[in-house]
Design a protein around this ligand. Sequence first.
Ligand SMILES: NC(=O)c1ccc[n+]([C@@H]2O[C@H](COP(=O)([O-])OP(=O)(O)OC[C@H]3O[C@@H](n4cnc5c(N)ncnc54)[C@H](O)[C@@H]3O)[C@@H](O)[C@H]2O)c1
Length: 276
Amino acid sequence: MYLKDKVAIVTGGAKGMGRGIALKFAEEGANVVVCDLDLAGAESVAREIEAFGCRGLAFRTDITNSSEIGQMVAGTLEQLGTIDVLINCAGGVGGTHGSGATGTMTEQEWDRVLAINLKGPWLVTEAVLPTMKEKRYGKIVFISSMGAVSPVVSVLHYHAAKAGVLGLALNLAFELAPLNICVNTIVPGPIETSFWDALMPAGPEREAFFTAVSTHEIPLGRMGQPKDIAGACLFLSSELSDYVTGQTICVAGGQPVLSQQATFNIEGYLKDRGLL
Ligand SMILES: NC(=O)c1ccc[n+]([C@@H]2O[C@H](COP(=O)([O-])OP(=O)(O)OC[C@H]3O[C@@H](n4cnc5c(N)ncnc54)[C@H](O)[C@@H]3O)[C@@H](O)[C@H]2O)c1
C-alpha cells in the first residue's frame, strides 16, 4: 500500500475525479477527507472510503470561503491528527452563462470562475501549509486543464484560471522544496464526469460529442475516466514521486504529444501507418 496511514484531503471529492482519487487513496491505505459543496455526496464517498477499512471524513466546504476551509482543516487535525496530502480538485464551470468567448461574460462571472478555479485552490493550500511546514513533509497536487495550454473552445475565464494554477503550483514548488513539500500539477484532457453537466445535457447528443472528441482530438481514441487521473495522483502523492516537484503531467490520452492542433485525426493517423 502506497499511502498506508497517510492523511489526504481531496477537495471536490463528492463526484467525478475527486471521488475516483479519494477511493484510490483509500484502496492504498489512506485516511481521506472529502470536502465539497455537496455534503450528501461527500458523506456517501466517506462511507465508501470506510469500506476499505480507512477513516473517511466528509465536510461541506466551499473552497472560495476561507472560514469554511479553516473549519475543515481544524476538523481534520482534530480527528485525524495531521495532513500529508492535499489534492486541489474542486473546480469547474458550473453556473456559467454565455459561452466564455469575448463579449459573452460579465465582470462578476469572470470573478466567480476565477474564485472557484484559482483563488480557492490557493486558499486551501495556505490552510494546510502550517501543518506541512511544521512536519517538513507534504504532497500537494493541483488539477489544471488542457484548455489552459491547448484550448479547443474559447472559455476565457476558466482557461485563464487553470493557466494561473500552473504558475501558482510552480511558485509554490520553488518556495516549498527546501521544506520537503512537493507541489505538482495534473493537466487532464476530457474526462467523463459530471463536469459536462454544466455544458450539455446527458444523452445521445453528449455521447456523439464524446465520440467525436475521442476520434478527432485524442490519440488514444477514448475519453478519460476518473481512474486515469487517480493513477497519476497516486504517483504524485506517494513516495513513488519523492524526487519530483514543480512538474506538470498531462493525463490527456496523448493530446499534447501527438497533436499540435485540435484537428488531429486519429483515424487518419492509424490508416497512414496501416494500423486500421
Ligand atoms: N472533466 C473534465 O473533462 C475536466 C477536464 C479538465 C479539468 N477538469 C477539472 O478537474 C476537476 C474535477 O472536475 P470533475 O470532472 O471531477 O468535475 P465534477 O463536476 O464531476 O466534480 C467537481 C466537484 O467539485 C465540487 N465543487 C465545485 N465548486 C466547489 C467549491 N466552490 N467548493 C467545493 N467544492 C466545489 C463539485 O460540487 C463537484 O463535486 C475540476 O477542477 C475541473 O475543472 C475537468
